[in-house]
Design a protein around this ligand. Structure first.
Ligand code: SF4
Length: 382
């Protein structure tokens, strides 16, 4: 499949920070499968969070003044902030970096946190894209996942979001015990959403699901994964990353930038950043969880070297339809996969798990189906 750029995308090369991620850790309820940094809100904690966020933004804006092409409010559940709190955050960002993003400004939202009137408010604040944590349309599946909304409420939320004129993503989880995944995917695609993120249920260590011994049937997971791409393609939603599907031009520009290795700034507890500092290849930083973050504890830092960049670009790029830009990678690091894992590369090309043209290396359909094993083999070989 030929490499392609996406509508509205920019050239992300160069040491400029063009993207901002802001982490809002508060959720209306805590789902038993979730291992993100999240918590229930209480007013004192939210007030301290908002103050610390402003301090952090002011300090970072001295080095990275913006403006940004893409801004992403993720979580947690950013739409669980009140109108007043959201406005305080966006106004603060406007003063420090400039807000909204020039290409895309996304808000993650729970179905029960908005009405048509509130969606107008989101637009007025500068958001142009809503990412809805729908997960399923089936009541029993939603109950199993510990979600508070039911299928009807979720579908109503998607319809409202589409009618509001925002670009809309809907998240769906597959491989859930008792789920008819194809029914969920068809119902969501039928709404006309331009973007879907589809993930298999994963049992992460130390989550309530893990402690209760919940298991995902690997055969069901593989069957659901295999069925997803052709089903969504029949609705014009093409896979452009292993878990992400979009109509042409509706790809998530913020995520594309990160997958291409662009620098980005993260704000908030547990937020990560990739910044052009600390060496030729930049530094990955990760903020501490909320208690330490509120006290001003510094982020963990990992200064990247050439091999680290190569590893990251392969691990993310091979998940995408456009693949890994080998020429860009070599001009940046002086390295290609043949330098660090030649036998892995030969084997993967020979078994048609990978394909290569003059500029890009990408996973074939078979490679995508076995991507985790393929990437684990690369990490072992490199
Ligand atoms: S709403 Fe999202 S972030 Fe919050 S607990 Fe559920 S899955 Fe995790």
């Amino acid at each position: 499949m030929p490499a392609r750029r996406y509508a509205g995308s920019v050239d992300y090369a160069g040491p400029v920070v063009r993207s901002l991620y802001l982490h809002v850790p508060f959720c209306p309820s805590v789902c038993p499968y979730c291992d993100f940094h999240k918590m229930l809100r209480h007013e004192g904690l939210v007030a301290r969070y908002l103050e610390r966020l402003e301090d952090e933004a002011r300090a970072l804006a001295e080095r990275y003044p913006g403006p940004f092409d893409t801004v992403y409010f993720g979580g947690g559940t950013p739409s669980h902030l009140s109108d007043h709190e959201l406005e305080r955050v966006t106004t603060g960002l406007e003063r420090t970096f400039g807000f909204p993003g020039r290409l895309e400004t996304t808000l993650e939202a729970d179905p029960l946190t908005f009405t048509p009137e509130r969606l107008r408010r989101f637009r007025d604040l500068g958001f142009d894209r809503l990412s809805i944590g729908l997960q399923s349309t089936q009541d029993a599946v939603l109950r199993f996942l510990g979600r508070v909304h039911d299928g009807k409420q979720g579908m109503q939320a998607v319809a409202w979001a589409l009618a509001s004129g925002l670009r809309v993503n809907a998240d769906v989880i597959t491989a859930v015990p008792g789920q008819d995944a194809a029914l969920d995917l068809r119902r969501v695609a039928d709404t006309g959403v331009g973007h879907m993120s589809v993930y298999s249920l994963t049992i992460e260590p130390n989550t309530p699901f893990a402690l209760r011994g919940v298991r995902v049937d690997p055969e069901r997971e593989a069957d659901d994964f295999e069925a997803t791409a052709p089903l969504l393609a029949s609705y014009g939603l093409a896979r452009y990353e292993v878990s992400n599907y979009a109509r042409p031009g509706d790809e998530a520009r913020h995520n594309l930038a990160a997958w291409r290795g662009a620098f980005y700034l993260g704000l908030g507890p547990s937020a990560s950043s990739h910044l052009p500092e600390g060496g030729a290849f930049g530094t990955r930083l990760r903020n501490p969880p909320i208690r330490a973050w509120l006290e001003g504890a510094p982020p963990e830092r990992d200064v990247l070297d050439a091999e680290g960049v190569l590893l990251e670009r392969l691990l993310t790029g091979l998940r995408t339809r456009e693949g890994v830009d080998l020429r860009g990678l070599r001009s940046l690091t002086g390295l290609g996969p043949e330098d660090v894992a030649p036998r892995w590369l030969d084997d993967a090309l020979r078994h048609r798990l990978l394909e290569r043209d003059e500029t890009h290396l990408r996973a074939t359909g078979d490679g995508i189906a076995r991507l985790d094993a393929l990437l684990r083999a690369f990490v072992r070989a490199s």
